[in-house]
Design a protein. Structure first.
Length: 149
């Protein structure tokens, strides 16, 4: 088998090539929908994302040892350094992508497996309802005369 040049990854994204950085090789792709080395835990928890000049309330959507995805109205530039805080945890990282009310964060240092397990337990106990469930609850309360729109 011939040696492969690993300096470029043949991306399926419109046939363009993109260089592989050492961080990409260790953590997997930094784009939504890509395959990652570490699986992600899907959650729906309130969180806070702080940068040097702003503070945003976000929803933690998924998390792994080396990164997380948050739902937010904020649009942060790629490379913005942030602290992501949820429950009693926090992690320092960098925004690697931000689009369609979502941001991907790559952690500088991985969180521990125990932090992930505790986050899963917190999510099981206090998961935020999704938008569809919230709309159904509001509609049901309106029909019952409990809530006014």
């Amino acid at each position: 088998m011939p040696d492969r040049d690993l300096s470029h990854d043949l991306s399926h994204d419109r046939g363009r090539r993109r260089p592989i950085r050492p961080a990409d090789a260790a953590n997997g792709p930094a784009v939504p929908g890509g395959r990652r080395r570490h699986s992600r835990l899907r959650v729906r928890l309130p969180a806070r994302m702080e940068s040097r000049c702003s503070d945003h309330q976000v929803i933690l959507s998924d998390i792994a040892l080396w990164g997380a995805r948050v739902l937010t109205d904020a649009t942060l530039a790629r490379g913005t350094e942030v602290v992501l805080a949820w429950s009693t945890f926090e992690a320092f990282g960098e925004v690697v992508w931000c689009s369609q009310q979502q941001c991907g964060i790559s952690f500088v240092e991985p969180i521990t497996a125990q932090d992930l397990l505790t986050t899963r337990a917190i999510n099981d106990a206090a998961r935020l309802p999704d938008e569809r469930t919230l709309i159904r609850q509001i509609a049901s309360q309106w029909v019952q005369g409990i809530r006014r729109l």
